[in-house]
Design a protein around this ligand. Structure first.
Ligand code: G1P
Ligand code: ZN
Length: 544
């Protein structure tokens, strides 16, 4: 096996964002672009001689080609063993599961999550470390530094490997195993959840359920778990064949992009329960009959009822949410008398707390929920949590959430996204508000009085690292909040996110539409930022 050293030059734009490096497919297709990033990662890890990793992705366009490139480079860089998901498919939570189960040194996950795919769509790559979680900031910054200093990468000449059958290959000293990650992942779910109980619910003719895989990675996982192991009818599953362009759709499980499922669930005689997952299987959306569960509420409901689930019956260590996520979870932590951490946006910030045994269940407003069973958010896990709760409580989704609000209060919550905004304009909007923060504290706007205005920063309680500039916050005297952040996952222009929260304790006011309940905050944010005028948009691109 002859190792070739290929001369290359740095690309200036390989700094990983909220979740790895995401760019247009056409950027990744540039000669040496992917190779540089892979070599920079290997270098940042101090070399990968004798290491063992997993690789796979969400099946999007360029997945197969990228896998073959990584395999050649892994062989040339001395990796001892690679486990590749069958057909190159590996969901993000399954990657986390297999790293931990087989004690690997890490994994490359090829995905741009919920971003559209296809030749004109997005591609992405991220590295997860030996704990199963996304590389922390100190590693991603090292990768970026290595990418800027890169002069060459190592590869070999080797024909493409057939990844469509379970098999073991030898390439020089590298052992390559094509394996079935669906089995490993489904086995882990069976350890956490009571499959007999959930199975009897799914087989009950009076219960109806739909799961939409959005032509993305969770299709094979959903078939194995819901149909083969739990006995649900095959027609409960929608769009379960992964496609390189996600069937032309936008694989983001929200009210806008999961339109097919939403139409079913908001029809007359809708199913009792509906759920969807995203491109790489880490997000989830939970729906009841004509009812949307806000993700911030979903994680709070799961945490409050976790003692009813086999895997959590001995209690929870702690809870955590990202800063823009509603404070509904904090109320649960208070009731359970356990810690609740507030971290910056992005799953990588939960990793240290999970590893330190300080945290059991965590979530983000962006349809991400999970626990210490892996080090990623986990879409199907959240769906199974809800099915488990429905089976135990014998209540509808709507009633479970309403019961929760009556006990803890309702945190009205909404996020408004302005996508593909000119980067300069987006940066100016954020910078202007940042400059005015100091003057806003103490000011009154009608009934709203600003008690705190800051740019969120986070000191990791485990390794003491500091992450600054994580989102502009206005916190009001009644604990309402307005938050402004720039997305770190977009690939075209900039995405501005405005988040709104208001806590309501009066049961008589709990069934308002969130946009109505939050209207004064929305109006104030628009006045303070001038966002509609400056972006030239009449309304946000997506409202959740
Ligand atoms: C978005 C979400 C964030 C999530 C990330 C990866 O990041 O807001 O919560 O962790 O996608 O799925 P953003 O685009 O806001 O940086
Ligand atoms: Zn995702």
């Amino acid at each position: 096996m002859e190792i070739k050293t290929i001369a290359s030059r740095p690309f200036p734009d390989q700094r990983p964002g909220t979740s790895g490096l995401r760019k247009k497919v056409t950027v990744f297709q540039k000669p040496h672009y992917l190779e540089n990033f892979v070599q920079a990662t290997f270098n940042a890890l101090g070399g990968v001689d004798k290491k063992q990793i997993a690789i796979g992705g969400d099946g999007r366009f360029f997945n197969q080609q990228a896998l073959q490139t990584i395999i050649r480079m892994a062989a040339a860089n001395g990796i001892k063993k690679i486990m590749v998901g069958l057909s190159g498919i590996l969901s993000t939570p399954a990657a986390s599961c297999v790293i931990r189960k087989y004690r690997l040194d890490g994994a490359f996950i090829l995905s741009a999550s919920h971003n559209p795919g296809g030749p004109r769509g997005d591609f992405g790559i991220k590295f997860n470390t030996a704990n199963g979680g996304p590389a922390p900031e100190k590693v991603t910054e090292k990768i970026y530094k290595e990418s800027l200093a890169l002069k060459s990468y190592r590869t070999i000449d080797n024909p493409d490997i057939n990844l469509d059958e379970i098999a073991v290959f030898t390439i020089g000293d590298l052992q390559l195993e094509v394996f079935d990650p669906v089995k490993d992942y489904a086995d882990l779910m069976a350890e956490i959840f009571d499959f007999d109980l959930i199975g009897s619910l799914l087989r009950n003719p009076d219960f109806s359920f739909r799961f939409d895989a959005m032509h993305a990675v969770t299709g094979p996982y959903a078939e194995e778990i819901f149909v083969n192991r739990l006995g649900a009818a095959a027609d409960s599953l929608l769009n379960c064949t992964p496609k390189p362009d996600f069937g032309g759709g936008h694989p983001d499980p929200n009210l806008k992009y999961a339109a097919e499922l939403v139409a079913l669930m908001f029809a007359d005689k809708a199913p009792a329960f509906g759920a969807a997952s995203d491109g790489d299987g880490d997000r989830n959306m939970i729906l009841g009959d004509n009812f949307f569960v806000n993700p911030s509420d979903s994680v709070a409901v799961i945490a409050a009822n976790a003692h009813l689930i086999k895997g959590y019956k001995n209690g929870l260590k702690g809870l955590a949410r990202s800063m823009p996520t509603s404070c509904a979870l904090d109320a649960v932590a208070k009731e359970l008398k356990i810690e609740c951490f507030e971290t910056p946006t992005g799953w990588k910030f939960f990793g240290n707390l999970l590893d330190a045994g300080r945290l059991s269940i965590c979530g983000e407003e962006s349809f991400g929920t999970s626990s210490d069973h892996v080090r990623e958010k986990d879409g199907l896990w959240a769906v199974l949590c809800w099915l488990n709760l429905l089976a135990v409580k014998k209540l509808s989704v709507n009633n479970i959430v309403n019961e929760h609000w009556r006990k803890f209060g309702r945190n009205f919550y909404s996020r408004h996204d302005y996508e593909e905004v000119d980067s300069k304009i987006a940066n100016t909007i954020a910078a202007d508000l940042r400059d005015r923060l100091a003057t806003l504290a103490g000011r009154k706007f009608g009934a709203l009085e600003v008690s705190r205005a800051d740019d969120f920063s986070y000191r990791d309680p485990i390794d003491n690292s500091l992450s600054e500039n994580q989102g502009l916050r206005l916190i009001f005297s009644d604990n309402s909040r307005i938050i402004l952040r720039l997305s770190g996952t977009g690939t075209k222009g900039a995405t501005l996110r405005l988040y709104f929260e208001k806590i309501e304790k009066d049961p008589a006011k709990m069934n308002l539409d969130p946009q109505t309940a939050l209207a004064p905050l929305i109006k104030l944010a628009e006045e303070l930022t001038d966002i509609r005028k400056l972006t030239g948009r009449l309304e946000p691109t997506v409202i959740t």
